[in-house]
Design a protein around this ligand. Structure first.
Ligand SMILES: Cc1cc2nc3c(=O)[nH]c(=O)nc-3n(C[C@H](O)[C@H](O)[C@H](O)COP(=O)(O)O)c2cc1C
Length: 224
């Protein structure tokens, strides 16, 4: 955590003092580079030089600083390392084996194996009790709170994904919820209000991301 605090202090100082402009620019380049480099990486390995403590720091930092509506802070995370991560993918396998046609299962199973081959998995949740409480206190925005909760969690997913990439990990975003919700809640004894939204397997990056196509950016942004 110390490293992060130090970094944040330097960044703030460079805003205050114009003579530190150069440092500010370097910081910005880092951010843009990180945006560019974050990709869906599916070829994952277990061997990484990054400690479990460091991953915990990244998640703590992201969950603290990603914004939420009314600063409601409804995001919840579960970090699964090693065999705990494998338990999650066992749950996914067990459920998919029951519903995927047998001839299609080998492909599905291979995909799950590739996620399980990573170092760990991060589970993203939103606490529905927080949404309920906000809706009661601010009825005018009742319909917005569930949407804002998803938007905020998406920001968190993006922040964590990009941070992992910056640290040298590969990761991807998966959605086996709601199929696995009940089994996950039971296995890790999680509060009933925590709603699972996404799963992020991560690990050593063993391959590059696939090619990506882009729509003309001029069709997607209008400037007036
Ligand atoms: C909201 C959202 C849901 C996604 N769901 C999945 C998913 O369930 N499985 C998957 O493999 N990738 C999923 N992705 C990843 C996208 O397919 C991927 O980000 C996109 O194709 C661009 O590729 P890139 O991540 O390499 O930039 C999701 C991405 C987003 C933003």
């Amino acid at each position: 955590m110390y490293r992060f605090i130090k970094f944040a202090t330097v960044n703030k100082m460079s805003y205050i003092m114009p003579e530190k402009e150069n440092r500010l620019m370097n910081t910005n380049v880092g951010f843009y580079e990180a945006m560019l480099k974050r990709r869906s990486v599916y070829a994952l390995g277990k061997d990484t030089s990054i400690t479990k403590e460091r991953i915990r720091e990244i998640l703590e930092y992201a969950v603290l600083h990603v914004p939420s509506a009314f600063n409601s802070q409804g995001a919840r995370l579960v970090l699964l390392h090693g065999t705990e991560s494998s338990r999650f993918w066992d749950i996914v396998r067990g459920i998919l084996q029951k519903i995927v046609p047998p001839d299609a299962y080998p492909k599905t199973g291979a995909k799950i194996d590739s996620f399980d081959a990573g170092a760990g998995t991060i589970l993203f949740f939103e606490d529905q009790d927080v949404i309920r409480d906000l809706s009661e206190r601010f009825p005018l925005y009742r319909e917005n709170f569930p949407v804002w909760s998803l938007e905020s969690n998406g920001m968190l997913q993006y922040a964590v994904w990009t941070a992992l990439e910056t640290e040298g990990f590969g990761a991807s975003l998966q959605h086996y919820n709601p199929l696995v919700d009940e089994a996950v809640r039971e296995r890790w004894n999680l509060p009933a209000g925590w709603k699972l939204l996404a799963e992020m397997p991560f690990g050593a990056s063993l391959g590059s991301a696939g090619e990506k196509t882009f729509l003309p950016v001029g069709d997607r942004l209008r400037v007036f």
